[in-house]
Write a protein that binds this ligand. Structure first.
Ligand code: ARG
Ligand code: ZN
Length: 855
């Protein structure tokens, strides 16, 4: 049954202190939970029931048991102590929620509602308490015993056991509770805060991975410094722990002073991790650290407010990464991701506002909408209020709400009050789903010297929402003169459906650069000509819009070709675009062109992005059109691409920004060249594969060979397997490359890989690589006309659902946009959805996604 935001009511009881005792065993783990409880209502009246969430099935007692927990009908109306003992079996917990085992070690994941799988509790974020945790376990198997806060006691016990006691002085909701017990090595460092606190930093990994945690440690230290410099936020305890585990549903978790990470976001050496892995590690280590203030010190009142902490913390990690690396390239990457993943969600059956109204299973709402669109909404405050205004808002937010569980309305109020502005017109961003469309028409008047921009916005209907209110959005604009020099201006106040802005004293006809830095998460259309766009590609001072001009250009070309391909017309390449791309490839637009930027600028809109723009979408036609453009460009630009390869091949690996950007560009060039299916290029790729001294180069060469049926394919895949089969993280890459390959009929290979020893359905990373890699890889395979791709996904979702409902729910998402496709494909996908819905004992997770998709 769904939970609704409108039903929120504050709790009748609070927990003043909680004491947890874990007796960890191989067969059974015993948890003794003692809660000092007080009514929050006036005790002079009648008693009120106390409801505790819980999953374990309890024994005898004076309470009413339901599927979701237990109710104590009339507890004392004055403070009392409540003790509950539960027995659980972490070793059988394949959902990886609550207390479970990974590689033989105990660990926890409690957000959103995993704590109730450990003990009975008011498992809701507005119930905050101080926790004391005692852990008892066998010393030889579990020498490391960790929980939140400070270690206050430890020692040996009889029978080869030992114990630790942890006290966390900061009141917190149960979702931030964590426990780890295992045989782990540790990498240590320290950080002194600006206030002079010495903080011990520890990253725990399996002993054989001890050489792989240095980069994560360096990232942590940089994050701590950055949060002080940019937001004045210091760490608040003497110890900060990170633990890396192999079996983890998501990326990582910000448990107070004991972050737990998916090992793929901690472990890295140049030979085992790619540049993209390094960037992800830096960003996620920062993200979890930043949660200490935005999430832990100030938390969410209820789960509908999730974007309060996630949107804000994603915004913060994006800004951190932008400061540590190339700002423009970071922004381009973030917007690409938004377009590739969030825009489709926002126009499908799962569309929801960043503050949803209801959910069946909260895990399903850890979405690109809540996270990435949520971050865009936070970024718009910064654009509207300026950096200083935004900081003032943040300061007031912490001043008002430190130690509290609050709402997105409280955040908006802090931003508004700190800057003495009314932001009511901004509220619809929280309540309305759907990506706004923004159309801009321009007019230059040479006699009056005016430049006019007519901006019209509309927000499409989404499930359960029609007739939407226009919303305040910042539209950052620059007018670029014919000489390429610009006068940047920012227009604000677009809170009506349509509004015209006029610039005066505009001496010459400018080329407008609209929505600079992607100042609002909208779908923009303008009346700019191809000529204007080519001009902006070389002259816009805004890096994002320089890239965007090229994307707009190639998107239009591709959509035209999709049309041609669909009606059987001959495909023709546009010479002006080839020319513009040649200039980009030769680095002619800027003297010190960032090479990673050039790589981005040479990347065409993806097949996924295009399929969002055509209706109905035929993946074969879209593939044919895009393939034609890629091959045409590769052929026409071959000399430039080969020069890029030659000039950017380094003697030896370096992880400095310059060499990293050069590597990115070289790899983009190789990717394009390999599409020519030229034996000489393939032979060169194989040579580079064997010669590579780092994973980035090795994977790039492997991917260029493995995506097609070329003679080198098997050799490269086998060599890679033999070299890396001992390393599960690298095996994920091996699986992912094969899953996403553009080989015709690839579904057979993927089905075979599900039986391969490198695959394990219980490990989320493996599933995301193989199943996710197949669904998101080459659309022509997943959408094979015979339905074989759909059948595979249907089979695996059903099998997976019995193991791990939240991972299964993520995978079944491949079907949610079924209505976008042609009639036959629709029918095939719908049949799979119906088949899944009929499975007995289906998880709530999958039920919610499937039933909403079918609505
Ligand atoms: N709070 C974590 C993060 O974004 C994610 C936890 C997700 N948990 C879940 N059950 N979906 O940093
Ligand atoms: Zn987060």
């Amino acid at each position: 049954a769904p939970v609704y935001l409108k039903d929120y009511a504050p709790p009748d009881y609070r927990f003043d202190a909680v004491s947890l005792d874990f007796y960890l065993g191989e067969d059974v783990t015993i948890v003794t939970n003692t809660m000092r409880t007080s009514p929050t209502f006036d005790g002079a009246g009648d008693a009120r029931a106390l409801f505790l969430h819980g999953d374990p099935s309890p024994g005898e007692g004076g309470y009413v048991l339901t599927a979701k927990g237990l109710t104590i009908a009339s507890p004392p109306t004055t403070p009392f102590e409540l003790a509950i003992v539960t027995e659980i079996k972490p070793q059988d917990n394949t959902e990886l929620e609550g207390l479970y085992k990974s590689s033989g070690n105990f660990c926890t994941q409690c957000e959103a509602e995993g704590f109730r799988r450990i003990t009975f509790y008011q498992d809701r974020p507005d119930v905050m308490s101080v926790f004391t945790t005692k852990i008892v376990a066998e010393k030889s198997k579990y020498p490391v015993l960790l929980s939140n806060g400070n270690l206050v006691e430890s020692g040996d016990l009889d029978g080869g056991k030992h114990f630790t006691v942890w006290e966390d002085p900061f009141p917190k909701p149960a979702y931030l509770f964590a426990l780890v017990a295992g045989d782990l090595g540790v990498v240590e460092d320290s950080f002194t805060t600006s206030g002079g606190r010495d903080v011990a930093l520890k990253i725990y990994v399996e002993a054989h991975n001890l050489d792989k945690a240095d980069f994560a440690m360096a990232s942590l230290i940089k994050s701590m410094k950055w949060d002080e410099d940019v937001f004045g936020l210091e760490y608040d305890l003497d110890l900060f722990n990170i633990v890396a585990v192999d079996d983890f549903n998501m990326g990582a978790m910000e448990n107070k002073s004991l972050n737990i990470f998916n090992s793929r976001l901690i472990l890295a050496t140049p030979t085992t991790a790619t540049d993209a892995d390094y960037a992800a590690i830096e960003g996620v280590v920062a993200h979890e650290y930043f949660h200490n203030w935005t999430g832990n010190r100030v938390t969410c009142r209820d789960w509908f407010q999730l974007s309060l902490k996630e949107g804000l913390t994603v915004y913060r990690d994006q800004e951190f990464s932008a400061d540590m690396n190339s700002r423009g390239v970071k922004r381009i990457g973030d917007v690409s991701r938004l377009r590739a993943a969030q825009f489709p969600q926002d126009s499908g059956p799962m569309a929801h506002p960043i503050r949803p109204e209801s959910y069946i299973k909260m895990d399903n709402f850890y979405t690109v909408t809540v996270y990435e669109k949520g971050a865009e909404v936070v970024r718009m405050y910064e654009t509207l209020l300026g950096k200083d205004g935004f900081r003032k808002g943040m300061d007031l937010y912490f001043k008002r709400h430190d130690g509290q569980a609050v709402t997105t309305d409280d955040f908006l109020a802090a931003m508004a009050d700190a800057n003495d502005v009314n932001l009511d017109a901004f509220l619809p961003w929280y309540t309305q789903a759907g990506t706004p469309a923004l159309d801009v028409k321009t007019k230059y008047d040479a006699t009056k010297k005016t430049f006019e921009m007519k901006c019209t916005q509309s927000i499409p209907d989404t499930p359960g929402q029609t007739n939407k209110t226009p919303t305040l959005m910042p539209i950052a604009v620059g007018l670029v003169g014919p000489d390429g020099v610009d006068m940047p201006l920012t227009l604000e106040g677009e809170d009506e459906a349509s509004k015209t802005f006029t610039f005066t004293n505009v001496a010459e006809k400018p080329t407008p650069s609209i929505l600079r830095n992607f100042s609002a998460p909208v779908k923009l259309t303008t009346d700019l000509t191809q000529e204007d766009l080519i001009f902006l590609m070389s002259n816009d001072s805004d890096a994002f819009n320089r890239w965007e001009a090229g994307q707009t250009l190639t998107r239009a070309l591709l959509l035209g070709l999709v049309d041609d391909a669909a009606s059987g017309r001959e495909l023709q390449m546009d010479a002006a675009i080839v020319d513009a791309m040649r200039k980009i490839a030769s680095g002619a637009f800027e003297a010190d062109a960032d090479k990673a930027f050039i790589a981005r600028a040479m990347t065409l809109p993806s097949e996924g992005e295009l399929s969002e723009l055509v209706s109905p979408a035929d993946p074969d036609v879209i593939h044919a059109a895009r393939d034609f453009v890629v091959k045409s460009l590769a052929r026409e630009l071959r000399p430039e691409l080969e020069r890029i390869m030659a000039e950017n091949t380094a003697e030896a690996y370096s992880n400095e920004p310059g060499p990293r950007a050069a590597r990115t560009l070289k790899i983009a060039a190789l990717g394009l060249l390999s599409r020519l299916e030229d034996p000489a290029i393939d032979a060169e790729a194989l040579r580079r594969f064997h010669a590579a001294d780092n994973m980035t180069d090795q994977i790039a060469a492997l991917a260029s060979l493995a995506s097609r049926d070329c003679p080198e394919r098997a050799e490269a895949l086998d060599a890679f397997y033999e070299r890396w089969k001992h390393d599960p993280l690298i095996m994920n890459k091996w699986l992912g490359i094969q899953a996403g390959a553009a080989l015709p009929g690839n579904v057979k290979n993927v089905v075979a890989l599900t039986k391969h020893p490198a695959f394990d359905i219980k490990n989320p990373n493996k599933v995301y690589s193989l199943v996710g890699g197949f669904v998101g890889g080459t659309p022509t395979n997943f959408h094979a006309k015979d339905g074989s791709g759909y059948e595979f996904l249907g089979d695996i979702v059903i099998e997976l659902d019995a193991v791990n409902g939240s991972v299964a729910a993520r995978m079944v998402g491949g079907f949610t946009r079924w209505k976008k496709y042609d009639e036959e494909r629709r029918a095939l996908m719908k049949a799979q959805l119906e088949r899944i819905l009929n499975v007995e004992g289906l998880s709530e997770n999958v039920f919610e996604i499937v039933s909403k998709s079918l609505e």
